[in-house]
Design a protein around this ligand. Structure first.
Ligand SMILES: Cc1ncc(COP(=O)(O)O)c(C=O)c1O
Length: 398
């Protein structure tokens, strides 16, 4: 298959890809030499339908996963690629990232790398739970809705106990009721409370809210697990020290996401309570999550964690989401469903408008039936993209 690579619209290169199948092919994006290159499919593939998708669309608001690797992460990756280095985490990049994490969080902690967020969540929960335990989480948590049962599978049967709550945040009164019901041998003993910060709906637990959940966990001798796939966005939004919403208030484990912040892959599992990380390395290896060339996961992280790039990227994404939401409201009279506190914007949109925007090439997903759709911004979202989207949505409303 032939593809043409474009640098902001100008064709610069024609390269060949193996004709790999599957839906993943539709979202090929690469950053070469620090420039964003959008790869447009040419020839036969462009005519294919069904599971294989064209890459000619506009994916900027579909997900923060559609963004390219940020320049700093890319440069660090290139640097790590200059020569051979020790494998399985014995390299200097892995050590430097772990040290940087300890500096940023201002504490001694254990740091592990995994390939993605599902593995980070499920394996860290498996470290905390026995099969007869249960995990309190939000009914719309990624654990529940998007991990294909990985937490239950890797814990060998721990149960997710679902709790509601406005805007994706756990309602403590509901959590208390749920825990109170698990009061004897016939039920699964509550062991962990897990929240996402930022939440799946792009909201952020304020310091006092997260402290209340920590207190809830502490009072019941439960562990506190934080899904921080967008932890950087949360810190950028709250403008607080990372320790203030983690170990200082009782978070035991943080899954710190890099992918949505500008790396290609690789999330961190950070144990603030070092007693519970015992033998976690074996768990990772057994689950196929110990990278032999782990330096290529670590080096991009070093790019993020040097000179505050992780915060700069998150601030950019959050700011873009804020501007997008304001313009959607003011110029297109679109309803914003949840407070915009991170890089996600949830909008109410009718079917004809959505169809029209899809026809204009915009990709984004319906999240809640019947009409709530999610738009996401990333480190690479531009004002031009926002303007183009607003212009199309205004046109589609007329
Ligand atoms: C809240 C949350 N947690 C975790 C993840 C990580 O998922 P993945 O396994 O796709 O990296 C995501 C990704 O969308 C997420 O939104």
């Amino acid at each position: 298959m032939k593809i043409a690579a474009y640098n902001f619209g100008e064709q610069v290169e024609e390269i060949c890809l193996a004709d790999a199948g599957g839906p993943g092919l539709g979202s090929v994006r690469q950053s070469l030499s620090g420039f964003l290159l959008v790869i447009a499919l040419e020839g036969k593939l462009a005519k294919q339908t069904g599971k294989r998708r064209m890459d000619s669309g506009r994916y900027g608001f579909a997900s923060d996963n559609t963004a390219a690797i940020c320049p700093e992460a890319w440069a660090a990756l290139q640097e790590a690629n200059a020569k051979s280095a020790p494998s399985y985490g014995e390299d200097c990049w892995t050590a430097r990232v772990s040290d940087r994490i300890r500096e940023i969080f201002e504490t001694d902690c254990d740091v592990y790398f995994v390939f993605n967020g599902t593995a980070a969540n499920a394996l860290s929960l498996a470290q905390l739970c026995q099969s007869f335990h249960s995990i309190i989480c939000h009914e719309y948590s990624h654990l529940q809705t998007d991990e294909c049962g990985a937490p239950e599978f890797l814990t060998k049967g721990s149960k997710l106990l679902l709790v509601g709550g406005a805007s994706g945040k756990i309602d403590i009164a509901q959590a208390e009721t749920v825990v109170a019901r698990q009061n004897e041998l016939h039920s699964q003993e509550p062991r962990v409370v897990s929240i996402a910060q930022a939440t799946e709906f792009g909201t952020i637990y304020a310091g006092n809210e997260i402290a209340a959940i920590a207190e809830f966990a502490r009072a019941r001798e439960m562990f506190f697990h934080l899904d921080g796939a967008r932890f950087a966005n949360a810190i950028a939004s709250l403008n607080c020290a990372p320790k203030a919403i983690t170990w200082e208030i009782g978070v035991d484990v943080l899954c710190f996401g890099g992918t949505k912040n500008g790396t290609a892959a690789g999330e961190l599992v950070i144990f603030f309570n070092k007693e519970i990380s015992r033998e976690f390395g074996y768990r990772l290896k057994q689950a196929g999550q110990l990278g032999s060339k782990i330096r290529f996961l670590a080096a991009p992280w070093l790019g993020l964690l040097t000179n505050g790039v992780w915060l700069k990227n998150a601030q950019h994404a959050n700011g873009a989401a804020r501007r997008l939401a304001d313009r959607l409201q003011n110029e297109a009279k679109i309803d914003i469903v949840f407070p915009v506190e991170a890089n996600l914007v949830f909008v109410r949109m009718n079917e004809p408008s959505v169809r029209d925007l899809h026809a204009r090439g915009w990709h984004f997903y319906k999240f809640i039936e019947p009409d709530v759709h999610r738009l996401m911004c990333s480190w690479s979202t531009t004002d031009r993209e926002i303007s183009d989207f607003i212009a199309d949505i205004v046109a589609s409303n007329h």
